[in-house]
Write a protein that binds this ligand. Structure first.
Ligand code: BGC
Length: 504
């Protein structure tokens, strides 16, 4: 049976502002990505996901879109995009773009019209002397801003990101048209931003708290699924297995499964995986819950919104974070389904915590009054080469939009390429082995008995073993070791290490 490409794809997230700057303005761009396509093809990923590169005032790094059908001059032109898609395809890489349907920028033509007092029905405006309800912005502070004429508008994120009113059919038509625009340009799929937020409960009732609960008046309203049924019909009307993956934060795999019903999205991000602590019980629980609930699993450890997993896994013992990050990657790549990687994890980059307040750009930092550091620490421009900033990210002498720490010098692509012990070469080996196993192993996994602290599972001829405990454990029976995330001691799997074993 033919398996659609996305079902076991490894997708590499490119945070466009921080990947590669060809124009020399300190901000990553489409031309920079084009130059680095050979690197991505060699790394061994199947697809790239590009974060928003559309026209935007950058109130939230481009997740505030002013024109959904154009490229911001900061990132290039539509011609650059066309060339990027053609070249990516020539390298065998699929292209997924971000679509941001929950809100636009306040600079969008529709919101500008609304500000002039016309056609406010495409957004969520209300009268009143006080904010219409108690909703808080995800970034901090109230979710309502008042205009000089007295009306309030809703923004679940920054004030520069007004929420659309999806009860207005015109919004549906507009987004179907936006999707068609990019599908006609040859994109292979979409990552749907804030996919569970588009509909708000009728009457906009107060919430007791802001958590992502099924009964929330904000998140996961039943009406949202109608949107994805419309989108699925559109995707299926194109050839080439076009797909969509939803950014869906839920409390349970059952809620997640609602988004991937046969007539809805092909995939949803599985954030339970990145939220799991370093614990075999927690990992096993997420794996069982996921495989039991969704027909086509996805896995992700890091993205542009969360603290990098190397840093999340750190302990007082230096080196633990990286060992665990590599072991977790090996386990993730052995699981059924597709895996999403985040740029820089293949270099083992940590979260950059020491950014000075004046360098910070994330609205989370500002809207929380500096209380929360925000997400800049995982968005620091990549180190490609050289001995000093900008480490090949920008042309020499250019300051990248966020400062890079000195430790990036030894972590650049140039510093790691060809060094068999480097994280980069480990990723290359793991992705190559995964490709070799593709098609040869069944989708389903079986658990094997494992000693305390460890997890062992098999998929046909592949056995994956991970040791999350504090002492070494014997490896399960095998013919040969395919790959390990760190050195093995004879037949023993050391702590914070994973191995792939050949069992037939
Ligand atoms: C994106 C964020 C963005 C937010 C608002 C998210 O979930 O991934 O980076 O700030 O949506 O668009």
């Amino acid at each position: 049976m033919d398996i659609p490409w996305w079902r076991d794809a490894v997708v590499y997230e490119i945070y466009v502002r921080s990947f590669a700057d060809a124009s020399g303005d300190g901000v990553g761009d489409l031309a920079g990505i084009r130059q680095r396509l050979p690197y991505l093809a060699e790394l061994g990923v199947d697809a790239i996901w590009l974060t928003p590169f559309y026209t935007s005032p950058m109130a939230d790094g481009g997740y505030d879109v002013a024109d959904y059908r154009d490229v911001d001059p900061l990132f290039g032109t539509l011609a650059d995009f066309d060339a990027l898609v053609a070249e990516a395809h020539a390298h065998g890489l699929r292209v997924i773009v971000d679509v941001v349907p929950n809100h636009s920028s306040d600079a969008h033509a529709w919101f500008q019209q609304a500000l002039r007092g016309e056609r406010r029905d495409r957004y969520i405006f209300r009268d009143g002397d006080a904010p219409p309800n108690n909703w808080q912005s995800t970034f901090g502070g109230p979710a309502w801003t008042r205009l000089p004429d007295g009306q309030w508008y809703l923004h679940l994120f920054a004030p520069g990101q007004p929420d659309f009113d999806w009860r207005n059919r015109e919004v549906h038509q507009e987004f179907l048209d936006v999707l068609r625009f990019w599908l006609d340009k040859g994109v292979d799929g979409f990552r749907i931003d804030v996919a569970m937020g588009l509909y708000k409960a009728e009457g906009l009732p107060d919430v007791p708290d802001q958590s992502f609960k099924a009964e929330s008046p904000i998140w996961g309203r039943p009406e949202v699924h109608e949107v994805y049924r419309e989108w699925r019909k559109l995707l299926d009307s194109y050839d080439g297995e076009r797909m969509a993956v939803g950014e869906v934060w839920t409390d349970s795999a059952e809620d997640l499964a609602l988004y991937v019903r046969p007539d809805e999205l092909q995939q949803s991000f599985n954030f339970a995986w990145l939220q799991a602590p370093w614990s075999p019980t927690a990992f096993k629980q997420v794996i069982d819950d996921t495989l039991g609930a969704v027909p086509s699993a996805t896995w992700v450890l890091s993205n542009h919104d969360v603290v990098r997993h190397r840093t999340r896994y750190e302990t007082a013992d230096p080196g633990t974070g990286l060992s665990r990050a590599k072991a977790a990657l090996l386990m993730m790549l052995a699981l059924p389904g597709s895996a999403y990687l985040y740029q820089g994890e293949e270099l083992g980059l940590p979260e950059v915590k020491e950014l000075p307040p004046e360098a910070r750009q994330d609205p989370v930092f500002f809207q929380s009054g500096g209380e929360l550091p925000g997400r800049d620490g995982c968005r620091v421009p990549l180190p490609w080469s050289g001995d000093a900033p900008p480490y090949g990210f920008s042309p020499p002498g250019v300051d990248p939009w966020l400062p890079q720490p000195a430790l990036f010098r030894s972590m650049s692509v140039e510093a790691q390429a060809g060094d068999a012990d480097s994280t980069l070469e480990f990723y290359r080996r793991a992705l190559t082995r995964r490709r070799e196993l593709r098609g040869a192993i069944p989708y389903n996994l079986e658990w094997l008995d494992s000693p305390g602290g460890a997890l062992f599972f098999t998929r046909g001829e592949l056995t994956c073993a991970i040791n999350c405990g504090s002492g070494p454990v014997p490896l399960p029976p095998h013919h040969r070791v395919i790959l390990s995330s760190g050195p093995l001691t004879g037949n023993l799997l050391p702590p914070d290490t994973a191995a792939w074993l050949h069992t037939e």
